[in-house]
Write a protein that binds this ligand. Structure first.
Ligand SMILES: [Ca+2]
Ligand SMILES: [Ca+2]
Length: 356
């Protein structure tokens, strides 16, 4: 081999090795490997019958909570091969107990795999609509249900669209309209990994209505939870990989304008908003290297954050609950209601806690 060819080869090999090294360091940093936290507990007990995760929870004004359970998603652990289920819990009951919701209509329940959820109450007649991200056979679609009786959901519609290709969470804003986040930008796993390593924040928030479907916002490295301020003027999106919550202003015609990002220092999943105070509650993963790959001997922990005064110059981010995985692993959601807090997980149990 001529000397010049050897030099070129050495340069190429060296550059490739440097890139792999850079990629490794960046991924380890994003995953918060080595992060260990002291536990900080609340007075909590397990919700009966929830053993395979309650990835997302949403609570209506009258204290009825909906839970999506049994998620199977990418390489996340899953302790059951059964299809996912929806549960309801009445927080005004003296001893709230989850009840499985019966699903009516032509939805295939054998492949039901519910993920992010959101409820919409129609001001015209107080009907409650539940929007559920569903991944049958690893696909992505949004199901719209009407909550028709104490323990029944009626399936109304399945929404499939090329822009809704890797949906994580949904925010209902009308009887048939919503915003949704995509977990990744690329459908190809190698390209997706490359986009993270090269810091291409291309994940999108998609607006859907029967008349129009479009990208409403992007600039997100890893899309996850989405929710809205009580006055419905602002939308919050968790950029789980960038360790930030992005704030968007809703403008006329459902245009989203980026306002700012608030650093959270951890991998936050779903967002709930206290309807009285406007505080954000976030279910987060303190160290995702323990989540993937999963090792029961060194379990992934849980971390619940609260953000106060998010619209001020100085939002206050506080850790409200921390566990090392011995009580609850892989927290994804924390939803407050009248001094109580529900904590859900991607694949483990759910907690009912006292905030007072
Ligand atoms: Ca949600
Ligand atoms: Ca999520």
């Amino acid at each position: 081999m001529a000397v010049s060819k050897k030099v070129v080869l050495a340069v190429v090999v060296g550059a490739f090795a440097a890139f792999i090294g850079h990629a490794y360091v960046r991924i380890q940093k994003l995953r918060l490997v080595d992060r260990e936290l002291p536990v900080k507990h609340l007075n909590c007990h397990y919700l009966q019958g929830i053993d395979y995760g309650a990835e997302d929870i949403t609570i209506l004004k009258d204290g009825l909570a909906f839970l999506s359970t049994g998620l199977k998603f990418y390489a996340l652990p899953s302790f059951s091969d059964d299809p996912g289920k929806m549960y309801i819990l009445d927080l005004l009951h003296p001893r709230p107990t989850p009840v499985e919701l019966q699903i009516r209509g032509d939805l295939d329940l054998s492949s039901f795999n519910p993920h992010g959820i959101s409820a919409y109450t129609d001001p015209a007649d107080d009907s409650v609509y539940l929007f559920v991200v569903n991944h049958p056979e690893d696909k992505s679609q949004v199901e719209i249900f009407r909550y028709v009786a104490e323990d029944t959901l009626e399936h109304l519609k399945t929404i499939i669209h090329p822009l809704l290709h890797d949906v994580n969470d949904v925010l209902a804003i009308g009887v048939e309209s919503f915003y949704a986040t995509n977990t990744g930008y690329f459908q190809n796993e190698v390209l997706q990994l490359l986009s993270i390593v090269l810091n291409w924040p291309w994940c999108e928030v998609v607006f859907y209505s029967p008349d129009e479907v479009r990208v409403a916002a992007n600039g997100i490295l890893g899309g996850n939870g989405i929710n809205m301020s009580p006055d419905q003027k602002y939308i919050y999106v968790s950029d789980i990989l960038d360790h930030e919550v992005d704030v968007f202003e809703r403008q006329e015609g459902e245009r989203l304008v980026f306002i700012k990002s608030v650093g959270v220092g951890t991998l936050c999943d779903n967002i709930d908003v206290d309807q009285k105070t406007g505080d954000l509650w976030l279910g987060c993963h303190p160290n995702s290297a323990k989540l993937l790959p999963f090792n029961p001997e060194d379990p992934p922990g849980s971390e619940i954050l609260k953000i106060q005064n998010i619209h001020s110059e100085h939002p206050v981010v506080t850790q409200e609950y921390i566990d090392d995985g011995h009580i609850i692993m892989g927290s994804t959601i924390a939803a407050p209601y009248e001094g109580k807090l529900l904590i859900g997980s991607a694949f483990h149990k759910a907690l009912y806690c006292d905030l007072k």
